[in-house]
Ligand binder design. Structure first.
Ligand code: C5P
Length: 321
């Protein structure tokens, strides 16, 4: 059994996200295009001689934001170990497999929390993948997917990564070819957008609008969604995110930040701009790398959390020791 394993936990963006009505179980059916990027966290798992313990050491690498009213996160992860999704993934894996060796997890945290980039979900999927290898349990994809969904709606996607059309609550995953040669600029506005809260806001907003003339957004066929991705022309992508009109609406500080961010990305030459997940990170997709690099420099003058990356084809695990 290898005593140590280092594994990347890439983040994702949602190129397209349509949200259906609230279901009886409280979740919403989605239709979404997920794409993993090269930007993300890294986890290193070390198996200890003792049994039972799970130590999580977090190296916090998310820069502080410039919004004055929000204090920067402390260097230590601001979540108690038991609430950390990696800890939950380890506990679930132990319960399902009987694996009881002690573990030390080093988590290099780069992806902002509550940013719609799936950082925590990717950490959880990476943990399941790493444990399955370290413990040599040989769990199949179906077992891992069930555990993943138990941990969160976005977690199953991260077991395979790449690009995919995701539907249901997040459990139906149809892999798609990853667009190549495109640059992706992620810009987080410096405030989180808690997922559950954003879904509830969307429900309320829609109820108000239904009374005054219906819901926004085009209905795109699955075929059109998939073929647009394969064409590799982001300037012609017909994709939308149902949360964006909600977040752009209104006079508040956050709506202003979203408006400034999206227009700065457009002015900087992005071929496509969008919002990831239920917020708060916005992104631009660029065909030309030089334009993307210049845009990155320009946006860094006004925003603190700016990451230039690209779509990631597949996940790799490297055994260190
Ligand atoms: O599954 P996860 O824990 O990430 O979801 C967080 C919250 O987001 C849920 O409690 C639910 O309110 C909302 N959600 C939803 N529909 C989804 C995914 C999440 O309503 N498909």
């Amino acid at each position: 059994m290898p005593p140590s394993l280092k594994i990347p936990a890439p983040c994702k963006i949602n190129l397209h996200l349509r949200v259906g009505k609230r279901r009886a179980d409280g979740y919403h059916d989605l239709e979404s295009l997920f794409a993993a990027t090269d930007f993300g966290d890294t986890l290193e798992f070390e198996v200890l001689k003792s049994s039972g313990v799970c130590e999580i050491l977090t190296d916090w690498q998310v820069p502080s934001t410039r919004l004055p009213e929000r204090s920067p996160p402390p260097r230590d992860f601001p979540v108690s170990p038991e609430e950390n999704i990696v800890y939950k993934a380890v506990s679930l894996f132990r319960a399902r497999t009987g694996f009881d060796r002690g573990l030390r997890v080093r988590l290099e945290k780069r992806v902002p929390l509550g940013g719609g980039l799936g950082g925590g979900s990717s950490d959880a999927a990476a943990a399941l993948t790493a444990l399955n290898k370290l413990a040599d349990t040989g769990l199949g994809g179906e077992d891992l997917r069930k555990m993943a969904l138990n941990l969160g709606s976005d977690v199953p996607f991260f077991l395979s990564g790449g690009a995919a059309l995701v539907s249901g609550r997040g459990e139906n995953i149809e892999p798609l070819p990853v667009p190549s040669g495109l640059s992706v600029l992620l810009v987080n506005p410096g405030f989180p957008s808690p997922t559950g809260l954003s879904f509830r806001r969307l429900d309320r907003w829609r109820t108000q609008r239904e009374g005054s003339g219906g819901l926004p957004g085009p209905d795109l066929s699955r075929t059109r969604l998939i073929s647009a991705l394969a064409e590799g022309r982001p300037e012609a992508w017909p994709y939308v995110n149902d949360f964006l009109p909600l977040f752009l609406d209104g006079q508040g500080e956050e709506a202003g930040a979203y408006r400034r961010l999206i227009s700065s990305l457009r002015e900087a030459g992005a071929d496509f701009t969008g919002l990831s997940g239920a917020g708060s990170t916005c992104f631009g997709v660029f065909k030309d790398r030089k334009t993307a690099e210049k845009a990155s420099e320009t946006l860094l003058k006004a925003w603190n959390l700016v990451y230039l990356t690209f779509f990631l084809a597949s996940l790799t695990i490297s055994v260190l020791k």
